[in-house]
Design a protein around this ligand. Sequence first.
Ligand code: FES
Ligand code: FES
Length: 141
Amino acid sequence: PVQRRGYHEKVLDHYNNPRNVGSFKKGDQDVGTGLVGAPACGDVMKLQIRVNKDSGRIDDVVFKTFGCGSAIASSSYLTELVRGMTLDEAGKIKNTDVAKELCLPPVKLHCSMLAEDAIKSAITDYYTKNPKAKATDLSGT
Ligand code: FES
Ligand code: FES
């Protein structure tokens, strides 16, 4: 594996070319916003999903992360991962899935935890705003 300053190649790629950086309007009905922080280091991640209410899938997703390279890479990778997923699928993503893809060392695991927390928090926010969405989801399975 190629490493520079302890960061893995895939981390550097996402860090240098982060995917899906941006924001949606928080008030939009079809948007779920997750804003989470890592107590260990004070880094903060905001992740927003736009959900298609007919398909129940994540149509669009953006993030802004004020944090270390691994946190930025984790959120960038997460946005690629969850696009097109149902909320159920996205809610099952584990930080270890992200850490594995990016080959994060143990000391950087909490950075990928931010990504897991952020997507869960965005999903919760969406359901809070759209309480009926959950019922539709369940009846569809
Ligand atoms: Fe090289 Fe993971 S990308 S070991
Ligand atoms: Fe805290 Fe990476 S060092 S999120």
